[in-house]
Design a protein around this ligand. Structure first.
Ligand SMILES: [Zn+2]
Length: 406
């Protein structure tokens, strides 16, 4: 039996290798596309402008499942609201790519580490089955948690524990689920920790209908649209599974900041130089938005004495809201540039035969960056194809044209 499985895996590896080189069709990709009535086109963190989302050709939305229970075992209000939201999309014929909770949700919300011991593992499996049964009719697919490998999301699990965490949920759901309900997991690009995750996930791939990837190639740095397809093909060769691009996008604002603009931002905090702010140490750190301090605490716990320095080192881009001048195909971070990005990248993606879906990050701009709490930071604020007031940006129309041809 083991020998048979070994030969099967060799055959899959060979067919994916040649399939990716010659862009050949894959029956598992075709099955997902067929069950869905076409390529999966979706948008993350959707607004409720159902009509415009539908007009753009989206049939999918993607958002997180909150912690379903509190520590006393009562169903949370956030979970009830989540289900209500899913019903709203289901009623208009949309499907939800629902992202199952993060490890931290188990710990802070339900009071247990999901993989700490056999008892907790059994509880985690039970919860995965509950989520599937409770949500299968009002969602459309599950992504088992999100971007494990990245410290901010994986905390406090190790990468080995994170793979186990994903694997046991996939296994539990795969035993009971409907064939047409895809389940999988995703990774942040193919960075080192993600490659490690995919390696650790090998024993669990048999439970996956797809493997997801999030790509922001060329948002900062030189790149070409075809680099997206190259990375997707690489993941396909690594896993032998249909790939879903779970997140991709481009800011409509960004780029380098001038010395005057930086001085102005320092001035908001009451300093004229970075050295002055660093010398003010904890006093300066206390002036930062609480979101910024949360990030420092999460990523550099116990290093309080270095935080002020880190702000102008690792987090300088967030502090000033500054990004690289280099981008994919030299596309500028402007509303029209963002539209050009989607035209260029989606046209390449549509040709890729191992890809079953693409989900745009994200729907609407946000007021403040969740990493640093600054309104002037584009990193987590300017991804939207809608402005903050809900009006469409040029990117909305570009995406609509690519999907619908109109
Ligand atoms: Zn930021």
């Amino acid at each position: 039996m083991k020998l048979l499985a070994f030969f099967e895996s060799i055959i899959v590896a060979i067919s994916c290798f040649f399939g990716s080189i010659f862009n050949l069709p894959d029956k598992n990709v075709e099955k997902i596309i067929e069950n869905n009535g076409g390529m999966i086109y979706g948008v993350c963190h959707p607004n409720e402008n159902y009509e415009m989302l539908g007009d753009a050709g989206f049939k999918w939305v993607r958002f997180d499942i909150p912690c379903p229970y509190d520590r006393s075992g009562n169903v949370t209000q956030a979970y009830k609201d989540f289900k209500e939201r899913c019903r709203g999309y289901a009623e208009i014929g949309f499907k939800v790519m629902a992202v199952t909770p993060y490890p931290r949700d188990y710990i802070s919300g339900m009071g247990f580490n999901p993989v700490e011991n056999e008892e907790n593992i059994a509880k985690t499996k039970e919860l995965a089955v509950f989520l599937y049964n409770d949500l299968k009719d009002i969602t459309g697919a599950f992504q088992i948690t999100n971007e494990m490998g990245l410290v901010g999301f994986m905390h406090p699990l190790t990468i080995e524990e994170a793979a186990l965490y994903i694997g046991i949920q996939l296994e539990a759901i795969s035993e009971i689920k409907d064939e047409s309900f895809p389940i999988g997991y995703n990774s942040a690009d193919l960075i080192q920790v993600s490659r490690e995750l995919h390696k650790l996930m090998k024993p669990y791939l048999k439970y996956c209908d797809y493997v997801g990837i999030d790509l922001y190639t060329g948002v900062q740095g030189k790149a070409e649209a075809k680099d997206y397809v190259e990375k997707i093909k690489k993941l396909y060769r690594m896993t032998g599974k249909p790939i879903i691009l779970e997140e991709f996008g481009f800011w409509s604002e960004g780029g380098p900041k001038s010395a005057e603009q930086k001085a102005e931002i320092l001035g908001i905090y009451g300093y004229s130089t970075e050295a002055e702010a660093i010398a003010d140490g904890a006093n300066f750190v206390n002036k930062l938005p609480s979101l910024f301090r949360n990030t420092l605490n999460l990523e550099h716990p116990g290093e309080e004495s270095k935080w002020a320095e880190l702000v102008f080192d690792q987090y300088s881009n967030h502090f000033y809201g500054e990004s690289s001048a280099e981008t994919i195909e030299n596309i500028p971070h402007t509303p029209d540039g963002q539209a050009q990005y989607f035209k260029s990248v989606m046209a390449e993606l549509q040709k890729c035969k191992c890809l079953a879906g693409m989900i745009i990050y994200c729907c609407q701009d946000m007021g403040t960056c969740w990493v640093c709490g600054h309104s002037w930071c584009p990193f987590e604020t300017k991804w939207g194809i809608f402005n903050m007031d809900g009006t469409p940006k040029p990117a909305y129309y570009a995406v609509k044209e690519i999907i619908t041809g109109k």
